[in-house]
Design a protein around this ligand. Sequence first.
Ligand code: ZN
Ligand code: ZN
Length: 328
Amino acid sequence: MRAMVLNASGSALRLDDHRATPPPGPDEILIRVRACGVCRTDLHMVDGDLPLPKLPVIPGHEIVGAVGAMGVNVTRFRKGDRVGVPWLGWTCGECQYCRTGRENLCDRAKFTGYHLDGGYAEFAVADARYAFPIPDGVGDLEFAPLLCAGMIGFRALRLAGDAERVGFYGFGAAGHIAVQVARHRHQAVYAFTRPGDTQGQEFARSLGAVWAGGSDERPPELLDAALIFAPAGPLVPAALAATAKGGTVVCAGIHMSDIPSFPYELLWGERVVRSVANLTRKDGEEFLAIAQEAGVRTRTTEFSLEEADEALAALREGRLEGAAVLVP
Ligand SMILES: [Zn+2]
Ligand SMILES: [Zn+2]
């Protein structure tokens, strides 16, 4: 099969067009990949921001495809079923986190496209217990960004509590989905983009943001919560300054540049700063149900498998509206 492979931290992906198609283990399905979303986490891997537990590795954890073969223990799916594979690829089921409904924090968790080869390839294997069936009526490309950007955005939104006014710092793949879910939940979204990105601000307003401006601006009203999707530490004090007493600032990315020191006054008043890490399978199921109910539509830009580095460059430079998706 053809696959885009990361051989070393901080290097470009390389095409391997003679890679052996992986055989599915007893609990696994073999998937013919039809689309795979490009996530900022992939960019952090390529840019050397994250430790890499497995090298070489095939990135990609927003996989949409069709089941081609199954291990002996798999009963959930049949050949030809359309499935989605998210970031959470395996958990131990035994640790204190797994036993208390927090498998997203499992010490031994394996993540797709990180510990496990992912979807930047023609075929991928995945543990069937962590894959999602995909409903009819939504295209492969359109569905892919729901599998991480959508699910993580949803978890971040929920961790922000019942906020009426929610700020989004960064309005990319996750933001453009979460704004639609927030609207459905009758929450008002204030979108902050890179200063001067009027096109991004227009995009946010077109999807229902009540206000959009640069991250250096103050919103017209204080926020009840803020979600930080952009990987920039200085946004934490900025978001705290824009958030009312008792509000929560949620850092939604896996990596962020250092947070500068800031006066305690910004945190005072029972403001909370927290991160969101990974997802549970339950989050995924709940999000997919609400996405369908809310009629969430995603904006995607298609790239071929061989164009993976180009897609990552477009993401790095903020040139994308919505999400990049690879089609092998
Ligand atoms: Zn992701
Ligand atoms: Zn565990």
